[in-house]
Design a protein around this ligand. Structure first.
Ligand SMILES: C[S@@+](CC[C@H](N)C(=O)[O-])C[C@H]1O[C@@H](n2cnc3c(N)ncnc32)[C@H](O)[C@@H]1O
Length: 203
């Protein structure tokens, strides 16, 4: 984090808004804006939040799903505890993490992933790692989602995004690209939203 980065961040309207509204991250507005657009979260939903720290997405999800819902969240780095959120520390690509996720619920209504790899500065490498992680998120989603469930997954734009969409769109009713207003224009991140999981029966 350079001094310039910190200066820019303090000027950022979503950073200020998050501070004043008590959210842990400016990223909170990304899921909020996508939810306002396509109604992703409802009362009573079971939510799996991948790449949660510091916890803005889970804070928002908790508000939306209410007392009857469930929020399970995973990250490789620690997260300060959040009321009503079950935190699992670990790598989503590790089988023991998948087991812990399934111990909390075997039928999630939504899997949402804001996972970013640690950036190397080499765009090709970073895009490849982001794509690999998005692929892992989708694989995991197929084994934990309930029918008609949804997935939101972040990844870095590049030609290979089409392959991932093609591979997984067959399991869903619809897939769309989203770039919420709060996602910085200069950032190459986009979100794919897969809606209406059909289940995984072999054809
Ligand atoms: C942009 S941050 C998430 C911000 C969060 N949505 C919020 O609103 O506070 C991305 C997170 O992905 C996590 N991450 C990266 N690779 C991961 C992996 N393989 N398994 C779990 N978490 C991972 C990072 O540790 C980081 O905390």
């Amino acid at each position: 984090m350079t001094k310039e980065w910190i200066r820019q961040r303090k000027k950022d309207p979503y950073y200020r808004k998050a501070k004043s509204e008590g959210y842990r991250s400016r990223a909170t507005y990304k899921i909020k804006q996508m939810d306002e657009r396509v109604r992703l979260l409802k009362k009573g939903y079971r939510v799996l939040d991948l790449g949660v720290s510091p916890g803005g997405w889970s804070q928002y999800a908790r508000e939306r799903v209410g007392e009857t819902g469930l929020v399970v969240a995973v990250d490789i780095i620690p997260m300060p505890s959040l009321e009503g959120v079950t935190f699992i520390r670990g790598d989503i690509e590790h089988p023991s993490v998948r087991e812990k996720i399934l111990e909390c619920s075997t039928e999630y209504d939504i899997v949402m992933s804001d996972i970013s790899p640690s950036l190397s500065g080499n765009r090709t490498l970073d895009r490849g790692r982001s794509l690999g992680l998005a692929w892992s998120v989708m694989d995991l989603s197929l084994s934990v989602l309930k029918k008609r469930g949804n997935v939101v997954v972040k990844l870095f734009q590049g030609d290979e995004v089409g392959e991932l969409k093609k591979e997984f769109s067959k399991y869903f009713w619809r897939v769309e690209n989203h770039k919420p207003l709060s996602s910085l224009k200069k950032s190459i991140e986009i979100y794919l939203i897969f809606r209406g999981f059909y289940g995984c029966q072999e054809d």
